[in-house]
Design a protein around this ligand. Structure first.
Ligand SMILES: [Zn+2]
Length: 100
């Protein structure tokens, strides 16, 4: 027994290396209640490519996301610009702070 579940686990467990390539992760803290929230942005859906005409300061990708924690109803907004290879060029937040 247990073999079937073990197989399922193997299917749904994503190798660590793969996860880091598909997601960009941020840790933020809510200004209202202090909750730390881990934000995972999917490179292929949450993050959009900046079109040629709109490129600002070398930004290749752009992320705009609303985050709601579990402890209060304070909405946090983040806006992040990425250069080639998803290195962060600039990031802005309202309603919370980035935790380094
Ligand atoms: Zn909060």
């Amino acid at each position: 027994m247990g073999g079937f579940l073990e197989n399922l686990k193997n299917i749904f467990t994503v190798p660590t290396g793969d996860t880091t390539s598909k997601f960009v992760t941020f840790t933020i803290r809510c200004n209202k209640c202090g909750e730390e929230i881990t934000v995972r942005a999917r490179k292929n859906s949450d993050i959009s490519r900046v079109s040629e005409g709109e490129k600002l300061a070398g930004a290749e990708y752009f992320l705009r996301k609303e985050i709601l924690g579990e402890k209060c109803n304070n909405l946090i907004y983040i806006e992040v610009s990425f250069g080639p290879g998803f290195n962060i060029i600039s990031k802005e937040i309202s309603g919370g702070k980035f935790v380094e």
